[in-house]
Write a protein that binds this ligand. Structure first.
Ligand SMILES: C[S@@+](CC[C@H](N)C(=O)[O-])C[C@H]1O[C@@H](n2cnc3c(N)ncnc32)[C@H](O)[C@@H]1O
Length: 171
């Protein structure tokens, strides 16, 4: 898929550690996880590595474009993707065909006709989180009070298609 990368400020929000735990506990111990929107300081990379997973990671700014990178040998694909490319990311994930979990804004997730079609034709699971995830800006500012409800959009990871998890924001 040929997608021209454009820097967008709204894509540059980062996941706090407490939002990684609910998905980490659903992965098989010792598995290999590809984090395709992450640099080494990402909480996905840091926590998954610290908990015994093998982590392969990459980011557009270090030369790994998710849409044009060979898929590494991995058991899962897990991350928080650029919001502006939500549909394109989901499309590529289904094409790749590996179990995935993406932390996304759930508001309006079924509004797009293309996404609706993909969810109707493929396995989809939603892991709802409470309270809302407040994302980090990456420049040391206090976490942003998110104006939307986010959760993990998954395929092949959750037992049920609808699951719920409380966040421990101290973790
Ligand atoms: C919402 S941020 C989340 C970053 C990190 N995954 C986290 O959770 O802290 C998404 C990141 O993906 C990067 N990105 C945008 N397009 C990309 C692409 N085509 N391939 C890889 N990374 C991309 C953005 O620059 C941004 O830093």
């Amino acid at each position: 898929m040929q997608i021209q990368y454009q820097f967008r400020k709204n894509d540059e929000y980062f996941t706090p550690s407490y939002a990684v735990y609910p998905i980490m506990k659903r992965l098989k111990a010792g598995a290999t996880v590809w984090c395709p929107f992450d640099k080494k300081e990402s909480e996905y990379v840091r926590l998954l590595s610290r908990h015994g997973f093998t982590v392969v990671y990459g980011h557009i700014q270090t030369g790994q474009d998710f849409f044009n990178t060979a898929v590494p040998d991995c058991d899962y694909i897990v991350s928080n993707p650029p919001y502006s490319l939500k549909s394109e990311v989901i499309k590529r994930l289904y094409e790749i065909g590996k179990p995935f979990a993406m932390l996304v804004n759930f508001q309006g997730i079924f509004d797009s006709r293309e996404r609706f079609r993909m969810f109707k034709e493929n396995r989809v699971e939603m892991l709802w989180l409470s309270p809302r995830v407040n994302y980090l800006t990456g420049n040391g500012e206090l976490p942003q009070r998110a104006p939307f409800q986010s959760g993990y959009l998954c395929s092949g990871i959750c037992e049920s298609q609808l699951e719920f998890e409380y966040l421990d924001i101290q973790s």
